[in-house]
Design a binder for this molecule. Structure first.
Ligand code: 5GP
Ligand code: MN
Length: 326
């Protein structure tokens, strides 16, 4: 690697600067949380001061991870920082935390289409998780891989690969995970915390949403829907839906899932998933969102019937590689 590569510049910046604020996207997931905390622990091992700030709290199953309780939940940040490290965000607006752009920005991301908003910008679309990049950073900083750092990176990789399901996985993914396990990660404990720590409301909510699931005429696309009324009736919350979207994909014939979650009125959060070569990331991007080939999202407004029909058409086109015939 050249000495002036973005990666090396970030290594140097972390060594030279002292006070860091670390943020990531709103509605955090395992990769954003794991990447942030692994970095925070590593930087502290070098004697740095690090504040981790996110707009939204971590999903309840992630509360068990060592660094999660220390994350500050705030929609703005001020104070004396030598740099803001932004993980996993294609745009500086994604964290939803005001004031970050006043600092020296270090942008670390694996999403296609990152706008390069940082003073230093390091992208690696080939990384299965931002956590893989943080692993490289930790190694380059010469920080010993403690069980805490390793566990947060493992959380990032486990969740962002959909528990080792997605096509983003590479030999490097397993090579990193091997080193993480040697550093003390307990993969059984991590899986239990992430996947087997649900509350009953979540299970009931899954039941309600899956009962109402629709399948397209060709049997390849699942449409799931949730509004506030359904959540209340089931005794669950929107946060409880984390991971729900992946369940329809466990059906062999299902190639793609679209999940509409009502925000307010006619505004919906759309989550998209697909198998293999089907690129639903491009669809999310078309609607002002983004993500990866197999996992993406956006926010849209309109009558739900029209939106469902529209996304169905787009997904059919993505599957067939040509406009669908009706
Ligand atoms: P989820 O469906 O779990 O909310 O999001 C899946 C992935 O899609 C996320 O990891 C993120 O990469 C991406 N994503 C979701 N929503 C948005 C959005 O509104 N904008 C962008 N740029 N990416 C999104
Ligand atoms: Mn990610």
């Amino acid at each position: 690697m050249h000495s002036d590569s973005p990666f090396q510049q970030i290594v140097d910046a972390v060594r030279q600067r002292h006070r860091f604020v670390v943020s990531s996207h709103a509605r955090p997931d395992g990769d954003s949380i794991g990447s942030q905390l692994a970095f925070a622990y590593a930087a502290r091992a070098l004697g740095k001061e690090v504040l981790v700030v996110n707009k939204d709290a971590a999903p309840p199953p992630l509360m068990a991870f060592p660094g999660v309780p220390e994350i500050q939940i705030a929609s703005q940040v001020s104070g004396d920082f030598d740099a803001a490290v932004i993980m996993e965000c294609g745009e500086i607006a994604r964290p939803g935390v005001a004031g970050l752009d006043r600092y020296f920005l270090i942008n670390i991301d694996h999403h296609p289409g990152n706008t390069g908003y940082g003073a230093l910008n390091w992208f690696d679309e080939s990384a299965a998780a931002c956590g893989e990049m943080v692993f490289d950073l930790v190694m380059a900083l010469g920080v010993p891989l403690t069980p805490e750092i390793a566990t947060h990176i493992y959380l990032a990789i486990l969740t962002d690969t959909g528990s080792f399901h997605y096509s983003s996985i590479s030999p490097r993914t397993f090579d990193i995970c091997r080193q993480l396990l040697e550093a003390g990660v307990d993969p059984v404990a991590v899986a239990r915390s992430v996947y087997d720590s649900n509350n009953m409301g979540r299970l009931k909510l899954f039941g309600a949403v899956l009962s109402a699931m629709q399948i397209d005429a060709t049997g390849r696309i699942a449409i799931v829907y949730l509004d506030h009324e359904m959540a209340r009736a089931a005794g669950g919350t929107y946060e409880d839906t984390e991971g729900l979207i992946n369940l329809p994909l466990t059906v062999k014939e299902i190639q793609s899932v679209v999940f509409f979650k009502q925000n307010e009125g006619d505004e919906y959060r759309v989550s998209l998933r697909s198998k293999g070569d089907i690129d639903i990331g491009a669809i999310a991007k078309e609607f002002g969102g983004g993500g990866h080939k197999n996992a993406a999202g956006c926010t849209v407004t309109g009558p739900i019937d029209k939106l469902q029909k529209l996304f169905l058409e787009k997904i059919e086109q993505a599957i067939d590689g040509r406009p669908a015939h009706h």
